[in-house]
Design a protein. Structure first.
Length: 240
């Protein structure tokens, strides 16, 4: 299977361990294109209005059933592209993979809460959190790579987010802020194998040593996230 699908052998062994009989189905799916998706930006436009505007341009959308703001792009016109419409430039929607919409939806932050996004680049999940919070409360978005800060700030500004602060800081250093948060979002650095349909080089670019490095980083981030999370004692138990 490694030779047939172009993966490293150790990756196939891992998939067999995780997926068993469904491994070949997964490997075959990695050659299929991902359907494009967008998230309507309710901070700037009612989603019904966005649907109408994009439909008039020739886009066919279908609502993502479990998402408040997400749409699958079933088909697109030759022009304009998704990233070249006036609506995109005005921040009326954000181009985002469907899977990336899940964490903010599950976290479900409330208006007025304090939330930290520990690894925020390129800002899509931070913006999603702001939408769910109706631009109320506080979001602290951390990014350790200074070259990515400009893109995050640009995206946040274009989308009309006003309740977020972007800091050049490692997620591991979050406890140094001296703040505790109602909710923590952590999209930790990883091998990105879920993006193989978009980037086939991920079939061969990650070594076992790389995975061990990701594991160490993820554990450090989890510990830091736990330290800055408010804890409530209920019935003698800590609830996170």
């Amino acid at each position: 299977m490694a030779e047939r699908y172009g993966f490293l052998e150790y990756m196939i062994d891992r998939y067999l361990d995780f997926l068993g009989d469904r491994t070949q189905e997964f490997l075959a799916s990695c050659s299929l294109p991902l359907k494009k998706a967008i998230r309507c930006n309710s901070l700037k436009i009612p989603c019904e209005d966005l649907e109408e505007r994009l439909r008039d341009k020739g886009f066919v959308l279908s609502k993502i059933e479990w998402s408040k703001f997400g749409y699958r792009v079933e088909s697109s016109p030759k022009r304009p592209s998704l990233g070249a419409t006036i609506e995109y430039m005005k921040g009326h929607y954000y181009i985002q993979g469907e899977a990336s919409m899940i964490p903010p939806e599950v976290l479900s932050p409330a208006n007025g809460e304090k939330v930290i996004d520990m690894a925020s680049s390129p800002g899509g999940k931070t913006i999603h959190l702001a939408q769910l919070m109706n631009n109320e409360g506080l979001i602290v978005a951390l990014e350790s790579n200074p070259s990515r800060l400009r893109k995050i700030k640009s995206n946040i500004s274009r989308m009309g987010v006003s309740n977020s602060v972007v800091l050049w800081m490692k997620g591991e250093d979050a406890p140094k802020l001296g703040i505790t948060f109602d909710k923590v979002l952590l999209d930790a650095p990883c091998s990105g194998e879920g993006l193989i349909p978009l980037d086939p080089s991920r079939k061969t670019k990650t070594s076992p040593n790389d995975l061990m490095g990701f594991q160490r980083t993820q554990l450090h981030l989890l510990v830091s996230g736990y330290k800055v999370l408010k804890k409530r004692r209920e019935n003698g138990l800590f609830h996170m």
